[in-house]
Design a protein around this ligand. Sequence first.
Ligand code: PLP
Length: 438
Amino acid sequence: MTQTVALETPPLALGGGPKAVSEPKPYWPYLTDDEIEAVRANLVKGRTDWSYMCAAGKGGPGQALEERVARDLGVPFVAATAGGGPALHIACMATLEMGDEAIVTPYSWGQTVSCILQAGGVPVFADIDPRTLTLDPKSVEAKVTPRTKAIVVVHIGGMPADLDGLLAVARKHGLALIEDCAQAQGSRYKGREVGTFGDYGCFSLGSGKNIAAGEAGLLVARTRDHYERALLCGMHPMRNNVDVQDPARRAWIDSLIYTYRVNALSAGLAVKQMDRLDELNAHRRRAYAQMAERLAGVPGIRALSVPEDRDPAWHMGMWTFVPEEVEGVTRAQFLKALQAEGVPIGGSYVGTPIHLRPTFAQKKTHFGRGYPWAAHPQGDAIVYRAGDCPVAERRCAVEDLTMLGGGCWKDVTPLLDQIAAAFRKVAARLDEVRGIQA
Ligand SMILES: Cc1ncc(COP(=O)(O)O)c(C=O)c1O
């Protein structure tokens, strides 16, 4: 196949031409002077009030963060944690017993699944919806067994999952729903913030996230019962002495705990940054929409088509490589050409789908072979194979492209224009792209 290259199209950067993108990439995290000052002020307050240095009990920035999030999300129970991973671990400990099954996506950051293993649960993988890349309720329902106790869903990249569909499966079979919102602070489903639908909502406030507070997280609990169970697993006894009210539970304070409380300095930073969350997310939403507009009709790449009832806050821009539109060009060649032009683009964020990684192929964690499958009556018969989740597997192997996200996307029109020009340049020189060693 040959292609006529318009005379005015400059040569590819890989072929010695000028790079299409010269604008700097947005930096993240970007802390304002006010946010830095808030941390300093909290350190000074720490000279007279211990809770400003240590979030073991109540008071100080830890409590202020919880109250702020409870108000913003309209939820009654919030515990600030050391990170999104700790919040997920607490939620799973409070939900699962050894050998219980939890249905989960293979298309995520590993922690979405590790939290199940860490709580002694057996992960069972369901496939994703090709439109939203989040758990497909039909696939989830097909995986339910009498041993299933929970569904762990991730709103990957900020894209809200089909929460009505998942809640319907959860209610029908009496399962808990745990939402991994680490990448979805400010994303909405049917107008309501994610993390407020399930039994637990787990957020990350790590520095790469939409609220960048160093290292921290949030656990939202649906009822007082969920909240108290979670507190016993992951919060300091000083707090539990105040917050755990159930007399039968109080005997278990300080029995088996992880020190998963937030640190006070990160909490103080997070409270202040909450003031900017809507604005920062608006930049992310605008940047994705403007990029999608500019790339409409450019061969080889497509934006996700967002269902009407979802409003992703785009922690990470997810795009689709369409090989049929750039016949004979592989994703690796496409990426190499674009990256040489200066486009901040990568392949699959997930890489190897989680069910195909060694932990599952060998059924071996660093807790030793057999854990936690040994606690499941049919544990030996559980196998994880290629073909279990075909949509997720194809996304990772062929279709995933990652671009935008991880930055303050304010006033980036010139950068978006240059990125679009880079795509058009590559599309005009596909014959050369086919020859790239990648
Ligand atoms: C989907 C998802 N879940 C969980 C986590 C863990 O959060 P943290 O790093 O705050 O522990 C992350 C972090 O990147 C994540 O992206």
